[in-house]
Design a protein around this ligand. Sequence first.
Ligand code: ADP
Ligand code: ZN
Ligand code: ZN
Length: 752
Amino acid sequence: MSSLQPDYSIVEVLPFDGGGRVYSYAIPEALRGKITAGQLVRVPLGRSTRLGVVWGAAAREGQVASETLKSILQLCHDTPVITEDLRKLTEWLASYYAAPLNSALETALPAAVRQGVRVVVQKKLKLARKLEADELAKLRKRAPKQAALYDFLSRQIVAVDRSTTLKGLSIGAASCDTMIENGIVAEIGEQIERAVYEDELGESEFIAATAPVLNKEQSAALDSITCELNNGAFRAHLLHGVTGSGKTEVYIGAIREVLSAGGSAIFLVPEVALTPQTVGRLRQRLADMGTRVVVWHSHLSAGERFDAWMAMARGEARLVVGARSAIFAPVPNLRCIVVDEEHEPSYKQGESPLYHGRDVAVYRASLTGAVAVLGSATPSLESLANVRAGKYGISRLLSRVDDRAMPTLRILDMKREVLHTRGQSVLSRPLVDALRLRLERREQSILFLNRRGFSRMMICPECGFVPGCPHCSIALTYHRTDETLRCHACGHSEPAPRSCPGCGSPKVRGRGTGTQKLEDVLRMVIPEARVMRLDADTMGRKNLFRHVLSDFRKGKIDILMGTQMLAKGLDFPNVTLVGIVDADLSLHIPDFRASERTFQLLVQVAGRAGRGDRAGEVLVQTFTPHAAPIQYAKKSDFDGFLEDEMQQRLAHGYPPARHLIRHVFKGRNEEKVAFFAEGWVKFLEEKAPGLVEVRGPAPCPLEKLQDHYRWNAWYFTDRVVRAVNRIRELREEFVFDAGVIDSMDVDAIDLM
Ligand code: ADP
Ligand code: ZN
Ligand code: ZN
């Protein structure tokens, strides 16, 4: 923390809700020498007062007469609420992701801390000593109220809440305090809302608490990470290990190194639902390291959040596990950041600032000289490009622990299979047979539905043909209203064919299947199976999600069906069959990452099979069995896929060849949106020729969302911060209609 000079008299403060600007304030006499960057202060702003953070010494000092300045009103805590590396991270976040500084700061500082909340202490009472019979008789006569409290407390097994008890018995605080002074009653302070997910750790029975002996590959990976940790300088390291190769053991080894050297670590997981499982495992394996392990994610209450935050800031909790926002944990001496399943799109925040947890992790590691370990069975092309450029180190785990077999993938060509299933075209004969076999053997199955698919694409059920854009290597979207096929990346449009351009079949149509329909079909064809569904509906309800997983573990469910979330890190030893119902659906979304996503999903989902002693089988239903990602996944050929896909990206100039900034324009009036999007892009190209390569504007794939029409333009660049700064400057000059809102998404993942 850069302490300010003691003789300065003006500081810059960033007020919350102040529009993201820093303002200069004078320091009143009483606070001279006490103000440090990062502190929480109260300042006047306009007609009201605001809380804000001291951002630094004023650049204008000496030039401004301090009498004309407003003064800081109050210093909330002596200790800064934000460390220097987090302040720098916040500034970078705002400039890189084109966000106002205060929204970046709000992202990094939980509301409970920003609002200056202190920990609420709940006072509890219990009996401190038993009274002799004569003592008690005296008390009854002299102080009946105290006697009543004594009687009540002597019947309690656990400590009771002080204020409710006193109110309930109509006893004054003074009587109670007298009893405390006399040593008859004890008062204990307990923080409210402190225990986090305690009950969810019940699942820990499935996790080995003792450390397994690392195999050769694991040891080699841990050695190189340890070496980087010992260098004490920033490093990013990709841990590329097949599913079930024991990546988590490598992370644990690295974290043990860090903790035993007195450092702190952050462990990011892609999904809130996965935190309890991971925390349970880490707590057990790191129980001897003398630190609290805290959980951090968006579902915490304000009290839980404040408690965890303080524990981290004070250095009591040196390991935090959480979803993307845990990257802003205020831990001192940060040495290591683990990003598990680094390829997961859920690391990208969906609202401003649209930051990517993995990329922020790498940047924060660079600020503190820490090691960022990015792990995945299917790393993103972005991270692999960084490895190839020599920026990241890499370790590979090519085999499963104890040389367990990789699951075998069997591809089912649905063009043929639908001919053999009477009545329904959702489940093929071989998949139904395989499910029945598992029932007989008392083994479990997972059915996976690929919901990233887009129902409005056109597909031929006879030959699997999907019309694509001649300019963009993505599928065209079918517009029923005017019978056209359009590209939502470049604006290309053509009439929708009445018969399949591939085989001439007249049966071409839009396509899509829901989890509900799958469940109905399943109950019809295998009525004796116990089936449960996990999708967005169940995901929203925290307890239901946990109960379903817990029941599945206990064997109370035969077939678990669900979407993407089943692909993430869950470990079920008795699952020997995984069925992928519609593997190719995600192939045809208008997104240049469609192949990558499909390949990742297949490999990750397949990885859920055969994690116990028995070998696993994976059945993949598809209309396009020869599509590259499906073929590569079948052969478990990651390198082949990577080579192929990287070629495609480079050929089109897509990420990771360059960065993509997506600029979205939306409004209720479609013509206005189009008009301003086009006008702006023309203005940008005139004013800053060559700053970025522009594609579009064109309607977004999701053209209308909540009654708003949406257009987008894509900007490609090698230098994000320079481009973003210039575009923001120009954007100030260009006046939009009030009914048109625009926003920029740097390194966009969601292209809908
Ligand atoms: P990944 O994250 O790579 O999919 P995990 O780290 O979850 O794999 O490991 C899969 C399983 O193998 C876990 O149950 C873990 O306890 C176990 N395991 C990991 N490493 C070893 C090892 N060296 N020897 C035996 N079992 C191991
Ligand atoms: Zn066809
Ligand atoms: Zn196109």
